[in-house]
Design a protein around this ligand. Structure first.
Ligand code: ADP
Ligand code: MG
Length: 327
């Protein structure tokens, strides 16, 4: 199983940011309201994520690290219209096969916390008592310590941390209701409080995308035929030389999808400027059963049942919004 896990790790675990993405999704699936991320050396030396979610019962801790063990799907049919973010049950198994991982958790009805520790090798993890409030902490140390070939592909501390911060920021845009706190090498880098009204949502947009983006951005909020698009679109004048500020979410899931990208690009291109990249934070909400999110484990693709009408809705809504404010 270790080899199988390490092979699977190749698909899911590329660098600290991909570890963070999986762990953060688990926190959200567990109903976390606050997530604390503590990182050393860009996440390579240490990446610790703590949540205040529902926790894992002691007897299920070893299972949580086993491949294809997921508590999230009862039957295969549930894959139709997946509601939770994780559903493959291989993230923790994969990560623990290429790092030194400690999982500590406490449920509301347990009178104490429990912990399992694994070090990238085949062994039945031992469950030990620990101190921890209700919720879960996963600590991942020395990523790729036992797979030097993989470790070689890691970049500088700054680059790895930038990627990690991107993941956290995208997640923070997907979940305004959750608090995110990020520390790097002992210093607080990001402190995002829950944002449940328009004012604090705008504050979070500014914290994540910068004041300059928010100042010029156009808020949009359109609903038609079961499709709801809302968020902020940057004006043509705010376009950037890199496509680094393009955030698109489908039902709360970060998506970078060709159909979506095409519709958005087309809408901007028909209004403006060649060669530059628009900035936007957009949320598309639709009936979960009309979109398939299980296309690829990491590529963030989706498949819409009504391809054409989603494309047209995105294109026409955005085109109208941007064209309206053309100088
Ligand atoms: P998946 O998320 O696809 O189920 P993972 O390997 O990411 O697979 O996690 C395995 C299992 O461990 C989850 O199904 C869940 O039961 C448990 N788990 C992992 N992280 C957490 C967490 N932060 N809070 C509660 N349960 C968790
Ligand atoms: Mg998961």
């Amino acid at each position: 199983p270790r080899l199988a896990n390490q092979i699977a790790a190749g698909e899911v675990v590329e660098r600290p940011s991909s570890v963070a993405k999986e762990l953060l999704e688990n926190c959200l699936d567990a109903g976390a309201q606050r997530i604390d991320i503590d990182v050393e050396q860009g996440g390579v030396k240490r990446l610790q994520i703590r949540d205040d979610g529902h926790g894992i019962p002691a007897d299920q801790l070893p299972l949580a690290l086993a491949r294809h063990a997921t508590s999230k799907i009862a039957a295969l049919e549930d894959l139709e219209g997946v509601a939770s973010l994780g559903f493959r049950g291989e993230a923790l198994a994969s990560i623990s096969s290429v790092s030194r991982l400690t999982l500590t958790s406490r449920t509301a009805d347990a009178d104490q916390a429990w912990q399992v520790e694994v070090e990238g090798r085949d062994m039945e993890p031992r469950v030990q008592p620990a101190a921890h409030p209700i919720g879960t902490t996963v600590e991942v140390c020395d990523l790729f310590f036992n797979t030097p070939a993989r470790r070689k592909f890691l970049r500088t501390e700054k680059t790895e941390f930038d990627h990690l911060q991107d993941v956290i920021k995208r997640m923070a845009l997907a979940r305004f209701d959750v608090a995110f706190h990020l520390r790097h090498n002992g210093k607080s880098v990001l402190a995002l409080h829950p944002a449940n009204d328009e004012v604090s949502q705008a504050r979070r947009i500014a914290a994540v995308c910068g004041d300059a983006f928010l100042e010029q951005a156009l808020p949009i909020n359109i609903e038609r035929n079961g499709l709801h698009l809302w968020g902020w679109v940057g004006l043509p004048t705010f376009s950037r030389s890199r496509a680094d500020m393009q955030h698109f979410f489908v039902n709360g899931r970060i998506v970078s999808d060709r159909l979506v990208a095409h519709a958005v690009r087309q809408a901007y291109r028909d209004v403006m400027y060649g060669g530059r990249h628009p900035a936007f934070v957009l949320f598309l909400e639709l009936d979960p059963s009309s979109v398939d999110v299980n296309v690829h484990p990491t590529k963030h693709e989706v498949r819409f049942r009504e391809n054409r009408s989603v494309h047209d809705f995105l294109y026409s809504t955005l085109h109208r919004a941007i064209a309206d404010v053309r100088p």
